[in-house]
Design a protein. Sequence first.
Lengths: 288, 334, 324
Amino acid sequence: MNNIIDVKNVTKIFSKGIINKSFTRAVNNISLNIDSEKPMIRAIAGESGSGKTTLARMILGLISPTEGELFFQGQNINKLNNEDRLNFRKSVQPIFQDPFGVFNPFYKIDRVLNTPLIKFQVSNNKTEIKDRIETALNSVGLRPDETLGRYPHELSGGQRQRIMVARALILEPKVIVADEPVSMVDASLRATILESIYKFKEEQNISVIYITHDLTTAHQLCDDIMVLYAGNMVEAGPIDLIVRNPSHPYTKLLVNSIPFPDPDMNWKKYDPKDRLKLDVESVGWRNK
Amino acid sequence: MTFKFVSKRILMFFIVVLVASSVNFFIPKLVPDTDPVSIRMMEIADQGGVYDEGMKAVADEYFKMFGLDQPLWKQYLFHLRDAATFNLGVSFTYYPSTVMGMIWDALPWTFGLLFTATIMSFVIGGVVGALLGWPYAPRSLRYIVPPLFLFSAIPYYMLGLLLIYVLAYWLPLFPTAGGYQIGEIFNFGWGRMVDIIHHAALPALSIVIAEFGIRSLVTRGMILSLYGEDYIKLAEAKGLPNSRIFMWYGIRNTLLPQFTILALHLGHIASGAIIVEIIFAYPGLGNLLRDSVQAFDFPVIYGIVYFLILSIAVATLLLDFIYPIIDPRITYED
Amino acid sequence: MSKILEVNDLKVYFHTNLGPVKAVDGISFSLESGERLGLVGESGSGKTTTALALMRLIKKPGIIENGKILVDQKDLLALNDTQMREARFSEISMIPQGAMNSLNPVMKIGEQLKDTLVAHRKYSGDQSLSKQQYRSIIDNLLTSVGLEKNVAKMFPHELSGGMKQRVTIAMGISLEPKVILADEPTSALDVVVQRHVMETLQNAQEKIGAGLILVGHDMGLMAQFVHRIGVMYAGKLVEIAPVKTIFKNPIHPYTKMLIRSLPKLDSHGRFFGIPGLPPALLNLSPGCTFCERVEDFSHVGEPVEWTMISKDHEVLMCGGCEKR
């Protein structure tokens, strides 16, 4: 069973200062793997500061771990030569959270779609590029004639995020790392974007790592989930099991905070003491 | 304030001064074929009295005295040592006045002029610029101020001459030159102070007017972009009076970039001040520098340039320390 | 419980070179004392513009064309500038979106809380208080939103997102206004902090007995928090009803789609997006913009009318909408 992505006991420590150093352990001894045979969508959930974005960055090869190793198709991500690195970058694509900040406001959005195809040497043929772009746009529910040729500020946030999704798709990657892709989009528009991401798995055999703090969209989209707290994995397993029947106190806290769109399911009253009980041993991977 | 922060900054300061001082040493040496002693000798010869045979011996003596017969690297090391101890030597032309003495005499004039002019242009330019950008400022301001920018485009020297012509000649409101009324005994009485201010008015004014244009436009730009910020919107929503929003939410947030600009600008202001002093025959470092360059009076040139570099480096260092006080987001850590 | 806020036929138009943009096109609703109303809609539906209009913070080229805004029987639109400035935060206050940028970065928190108090005391001619008196008022405000007293000495960048939002809540209640407008106060926060902040907001609001309008796009949040929901679409209020009624018996097709698009824990792999895009508010057609969006042009010209489903449930739709 080959793993396309293998994260082995990865830790990341950030240090500040030279004389009086202060350390922050953002990620602590986390392991996970993504199977190359069976595509799946995995949620990595936690609050701000839980280490999920740092973990995502390491998987994307943007920062290197302090301890532990990350492998792509058996090779260490941080020790790739140029050609393999290009292949890695092409196969593992990100979708970021902010649909405003990722665009350079001086360029039309076409550039964001053209550049990856050219840089990754997928194609040089103008017609082929155009076709790929149009297919990608259509698959996220955008009309090419309404989006191409426009500047970022002429489009809405939801449209921009969909373009980002199209951009991730255009290179036909094997894994997509989506860091809170819908948290800055209106709740009512999230469904369309999430649907496109879901289709990655269903129709294109792409695995997705979905980073979020919103358990309901995670439940809707993902197969399994890993819950992070303060850099540690505290619980993981099939999504339905974990969300309906959480075991670790932190997972319970997350589940209790979900604003269900049902006035009969009320939030439990927030008890600050809940936060004190979270230093409990990790529950690990559960199957039941 | 951590030790590391302070020590790093002070180290930078010393490095800057060292580099500048070295450049200061080498550049005049690069001028070909000029040898200060011979030039001086020639000047004296022009004034009458030529002693052919003795000339060479006199020149050689002078050479030895000023250390000009030593190899270059030795001269360099002596130079650095002297610079560190503020032993800037004696002037060639005004021998035996010490360079330090001459600078010391001229310094208060330059310092006073520069300091007041800079503060004034900072404040006036800053406030006027901010008002131009403020939506609630009186409309008339928008018509009156822009023509004043024209003056900023005029180079310092022309501006100085213009001011002399208009305000000292045509309407004899101000004296045309000098730092003080010649012929009076120097004392510290009130009348004296007024006289000094009277004489400093035009030179200061030319610096202020020249700087005003840029400063106002920059501040205006900052205020305009600031007014779109969310915290201004909340301040308005809170029902705060417009003046308070302008001062505390508007201008207060522009202070840091303004200080940065000031720090970067100091060199420019200093050079402008030199020209202004020359035009107004103001007895400051500018005048001194001009005289010594004309006379190839190397020790004085070195001394003044070294002093200018030192002052700007100190000013920048001080501003560096002031930054965190002005903008709480900047901490003393690195 | 009396009506603390009444909005009648409010219209806010932005006059651009390309024509008027009808950001808010004739909405009416009321709010009781102590009640929480949610205004929900997509970006561009006019909900934030409504909130700004209620504070009279609309700037050119936007103009409040028409309408009455009555806070405790006093018409805000009839006040002059000075009176309105006094009314802000003392009669009606606002808790802004994204507290990240809403706090002045170079002023201490305590100062920012204080200047509202000082300014309004001056307006009402009351005597200024001593430093200690202000200090104790500010301490009380901070503790009432669950913050430590030493927060007053800190600068905004030293606080976390949730803490900053709670500071803005403290500001919003500092003058004990009659109406509080909360514009997406938790959009930048994660779920756990969101719950905490919303509870703080609820406690603060109930303590002073004010009416609260929560503007947002998250129906889930609304379900947990408000008593009544008003759904906005393309500058108009298309449905308004008590929260349970909206979820059990939504009438307008847009409301139905909004509710259906939200994931509950039983929709794995099934997504119900809303097709099309929110309408551009420039040159809106006079007929039903919703039908246009779902690409049923047969009903575009039909008149759109208010229908009363029950005593507290009203819907604005055209004949075509009815059949969806």
